[in-house]
Write a protein that binds this ligand. Structure first.
Ligand SMILES: NC(=O)c1ccc[n+]([C@@H]2O[C@H](COP(=O)([O-])OP(=O)(O)OC[C@H]3O[C@@H](n4cnc5c(N)ncnc54)[C@H](O)[C@@H]3O)[C@@H](O)[C@H]2O)c1
Length: 262
């Protein structure tokens, strides 16, 4: 009997680096897994096989989180094929590198629709089912330290993630009496996924970013997944409406007052 056995996790953006690490970690801890992403079905085969090798079930849906109806059908289908999802992980996101002078309204809208509306649609559709069945659950939004410090080059991303923080708190307050705990994880520079791609495309940026972090370390996707698993675990009985900020101190840096260590 493992910590999360009997539970079903639903993870958007589950074929991305952090999403797949979360899927694997929750499966190792005993949960069955439903992943959703935009990618073709064949891109899910390896992850499904790995999760099944841990004795857990895993199903994949192609779903665009910015389509509320598609998300609702996804949640309903997961309930039919596995169980009602009790571990809800809105994780899908994109990033547009364009400051306010350059970003277009279409880019702004797309980013907010995926990163903020999409997270709401998954949490909303899943939580409604839990409430209907009178079941407890956990929501863990995947936010970012970008909601904790202004980022001039990624205003849409930072704004969406800041919105997620407040959504997390509002939902946590409403759902606490129903034993549904709602939290957010906010990683700093993860050497994978969205930031990993930026590092790959900008020679030298991986190392300069690592040096900028006060603890001088980049984060792995697996480390993010372990913290998500903690927020989902029975050991966490009291944290709700909080942000688990794991950024190595990045958000402590302020313009003109940077950390000048070794
Ligand atoms: N990588 C980092 O440094 C970092 C830091 C802080 C927070 N995060 C957050 O971690 C989460 C995962 O990002 P990642 O770094 O693993 O990136 P990633 O690109 O590897 O994963 C994101 C996944 O979301 C999917 N996706 C994009 N739009 C979608 C849509 N409309 N519907 C469904 N799926 C969609 C993509 O196909 C992709 O598989 C995001 O919320 C991101 O903001 C990442």
């Amino acid at each position: 009997m493992t910590t999360l056995s009997g539970q079903t996790a639903i993870i958007s953006g589950g074929l991305g680096d952090i999403g797949s690490a979360i899927a694997l970690e929750l499966a190792k801890q005993g949960a069955d897994i439903a992943i959703g992403d935009l990618l073709d079905d064949n891109k899910s085969e390896q992850l499904i096989a790995e999760i099944e090798s841990h004795g857990r079930q895993c199903i994949y849906h192609r779903v665009d989180v910015s389509d509320a109806e598609a998300v609702e059908s996804w949640v309903a289908d997961v309930e039919t094929r596995l169980n009602v999802p009790s571990l809800i992980i809105p994780n899908a996101a994109i990033i547009t590198i364009a400051d306010v002078r350059n970003i277009t309204p279409a880019q702004w809208n797309r980013e907010l629709r995926i990163n903020l509306d999409g997270a709401f649609y998954l949490a909303h559709a899943s939580v409604k089912r839990l409430l209907h069945l009178n079941r407890p659950g956990r929501v863990v939004f995947v936010g970012s330290w970008a909601a904790h410090a202004p980022h001039a080059t990624i205003p849409a991303y930072s704004t969406a993630k800041a919105g997620l923080r407040m959504l997390c708190k509002c939902m946590a307050l409403e759902l606490a009496p129903f034993h549904i705990l709602v939290n957010e994880i906010a990683p700093g520079y993860v050497d994978a996924g969205l930031t990993g791609k930026i590092f790959d495309n900008n020679p030298g940026s991986r190392e300069s970013s690592r040096k900028r972090v006060p603890v001088r370390e980049l984060i792995t996707a697996e480390e993010v997944a372990q913290q998500v698993a903690y927020l989902c675990s029975p050991e966490n009985r009291h944290m709700t409406g909080t942000t688990l900020l794991m950024d190595g101190g990045l958000s402590l840096l302020t313009s003109g007052m940077e950390h000048h260590g070794k």
